[in-house]
Design a protein around this ligand. Structure first.
Ligand SMILES: Nc1nc2c(c(=O)[nH]1)N[C@H]1C(S)=C(S)[C@@H](COP(=O)(O)OP(=O)(O)OC[C@H]3O[C@@H](n4cnc5c(N)ncnc54)[C@H](O)[C@@H]3O)O[C@H]1N2
Ligand code: MOO
Length: 406
């Protein structure tokens, strides 16, 4: 039996074979979750001019150096309609939040500190030059790059992109991911299983991971344990120009584990099979031309953990993301852990916080890779490296978060 590949090496080999996809123009309104292929520079300066941060009066600070100054109101500057003239000595202009500071003015006094009588206004506070004024370019200046290529656009980035003066962005096209479930025992969700059958569940999670990582799932349905049918399903993925093919099940060594020969017959060159991890040991990876093929194990938890550890980074690389690798965080062990064998463990765990706010990961008692209930209830995966010694409660450990919507 061939040696099991370490997790990091398996991921590195998958990623090494991938190059970012081509880009396309996307309307900013449709760009949530898309990854920039070109940096986004400011087309304008924000704020474009010195503007008021408050509702009140614009004036020369020297005219109200002490409380009690009275000035003559000569006009008004509102957001969208500034004061056209220049303020002279002894003059003030009514001003509102976001409005341009009139030429000649260098301070704002709040309307709460002013009493108005006709054209005259008297201030109960002294003015300070620059007070309550937002300088031109406070946020950004034309030409500055604010969003780098490789950034996945979030809601806040869309607002920034609009403020920079962009209505569209150049983003990676969405990777197309064909998903094929295999097994005579499987029926589609919502159908009633026959004798010896169960409901196929894994593809829902895999498609969810694909969507969450900015890809487009293509559902190839369920193939029975039949070599020809599986080969022709793989050929459908190729015909659909999938960037990635994910198969589910049939990855192990049983008589009905047909994926490896089917992939080979369809022209996929296998790179590796079997990884030193639990769950997910029988995973395989290969390529056919530009298409990555991932053969995930059938056990639900195994397939989903493999998708998080290998498929998600692959999609991030394909979309040109700058953050490709899974983020591992530190936590404390919530309970004693036994020494580990030769496989990294990714254990379904609760995540809580101690009285000092430190993260505490407590592995669930049952870690069976067939069980979806603890996986759905898990808040993180606690990573126990291969050959880890006995771990005591409170000792440091590594975790991978399972943030919504994953
Ligand atoms: N003699 C050995 N047996 C097994 C080994 C081994 O090394 N030697 N490895 C075990 C490990 S670890 C895993 S993981 C499983 C994975 O096996 P397969 O990838 O071949 O998966 P299947 O046999 O097709 O299915 C396993 C299990 O999962 C259910 N399944 C499959 N597809 C789906 C789906 N789309 N939705 C829901 N459930 C699915 C299937 O009915 C089986 O119950 O092999 C061990 N055996
Ligand atoms: O790797 Mo299997 O995924 O341990 O059940």
């Amino acid at each position: 039996m061939s040696a099991l590949l370490p997790v990091d090496e398996a991921r590195a080999r998958i990623l090494a074979g991938l190059t970012p996809l081509t880009s396309e123009t996307v309307r900013l309104a449709d760009a949530l979750g898309r990854t920039l292929s070109k940096p986004l520079a400011a087309r304008r300066t924000q704020p474009p001019w010195d503007c008021s941060a408050m509702d009140g009066y614009a004036l020369r600070a020297a005219d109200a150096a002490a409380p009690g100054a009275t000035l003559r109101v000569v006009g008004e500057s509102a957001a969208g309609r500034g004061y056209a003239g220049r303020l002279g000595s002894g003059e003030a202009a009514r001003i509102f939040t976001g409005a341009p500071v009139p030429d000649g003015a260098d301070a704002i006094l709040l309307q709460e500190d002013a009493s108005r009588g006709g054209d005259l206004v008297t201030f109960s506070e002294a003015a300070t030059a620059g007070r309550h004024i937002r300088r031109a370019g406070l946020d950004f200046s034309a030409g500055e790059i604010l969003l780098e290529a490789g950034r996945r656009l979030g809601a806040r980035d869309l607002a920034l992109g609009a403020a920079l003066g962009h209505g569209e962005v150049e983003a990676s096209r969405k990777p197309r991911v064909a998903i094929l479930a295999t097994g005579d025992e499987l029926v589609a969700a919502g159908e009633i299983p026959g004798p010896d059958q169960i409901v196929a569940s894994n593809a829902f999670a895999i498609a969810g991971v694909v969507t969450a990582e900015g890809g487009e799932p293509i559902d190839l349905g369920i193939a029975p344990d039949d070599h020809r049918t599986i080969v022709s399903a793989v050929e459908r993925a190729i015909a659909a120009e999938a960037d990635v093919l994910v198969t589910l099940g049939g990855a192990s060594v049983g008589d009905h584990d047909l994926i490896q020969p089917a992939l080979k017959e369809a022209g996929v060159q296998l790179d590796f099979w079997r990884i030193a991890m639990r769950p997910g040991k029988p995973m395989m990876a290969g390529r056919r031309g530009a298409m990555l093929a991932l053969g995930l194990p059938g056990n639900p938890v195994s397939s989903i953990v493999c998708a998080l550890l290998f498929l998600a980074p692959a999609l991030r690389k394909l979309t040109g993301r700058s953050d490709v690798e899974p983020v591992l965080m530190r936590a404390k062990l919530g309970r004693d852990m036994p020494a580990n064998d030769h496989r990294d463990d990714y254990m379904r765990s609760a995540l809580t916080y101690d009285s000092e706010g430190f993260a505490v990961a407590t592995a669930f008692e049952r870690q069976d890779s067939s069980m979806l209930r603890p996986l759905a209830g898990a808040e993180c995966l606690l990573i126990r490296p291969a050959h880890a010694a006995v771990g005591k409660i409170g000792e440091p450990c590594r975790i991978m978060g399972l943030p919504h919507p994953l």
